[in-house]
Design a protein around this ligand. Sequence first.
Ligand SMILES: [Zn+2]
Ligand SMILES: [Zn+2]
Length: 268
Amino acid sequence: MPSEAIDSHAHLYFDRFNDDRDEVIQRAKDAGFVAIINIAVDEQTSVQVIDLARQNPGFCHAVVGVHPTHSGMPASELAATLAAIEALCDEHPQQVVGIGEIGLDYYWKDVSPEDQERAFIAQLDIARRRNLPVVIHCREAWPDTLAVIEKHGAGVIGVFHCFGGTVEEARRALDLGWYVSFAGNVTYPKAQDLRDAAAIVPLDRLLLETDSPFLAPQPKRGKRNEPVHSLHTADQLAKIHGTDRRTVLNATTFNSRTLFRLSSGKIR
Ligand SMILES: [Zn+2]
Ligand SMILES: [Zn+2]
């Protein structure tokens, strides 16, 4: 029997899965996966992740929200978008398990930091109102992301997905009481800094993810990523922590269930 696993961050609604989405999901089930959490990036994909969750009840779950690189819009449009997304939380309580992905991204320059921060803060507020965890996307914006959460994130818990910060930043994330998730890039030969950060994240604060279709781990690097490939990432995390795959999967599966309040069925 393979250990139970959860891919806490995937985008299986992307067109790149149109030809074989059901096979991708079945491969994950055959490998022991008990859940895949699909993360939206805007209003339209928030509807898509809910559809996917309805088509795969109890297995696919939905996280809805506006990604920082999709947050460039006038204030009135943002308010309408977020109102629609908040309504989805009410209409689909069985499917929606979190708000995301939200945060700051200073790598892509097309949305101003001010627009990004406005959307980020407003969605932390939604998470607090709806009592939902958040999925944080942060790229080249660690100091500001942590500052926003420290200032506006009281009463909210979440995960820093695809962690790309330093050991010191990982420590601050842990100090918040939040979870930290590593994607396939932690397996890349040059990513020693990521492995150093992963080493200080205790197993009870670690999540497993693919960020499918992106960031396939080393043996599959350059190919389309899919949930089952996160087992390679689990092996790397096991090596870093001096343990085995089963121990990492037991811990990360338990942590995902706790953060997103999943059960083997779903208790929400
Ligand atoms: Zn992301
Ligand atoms: Zn993502």
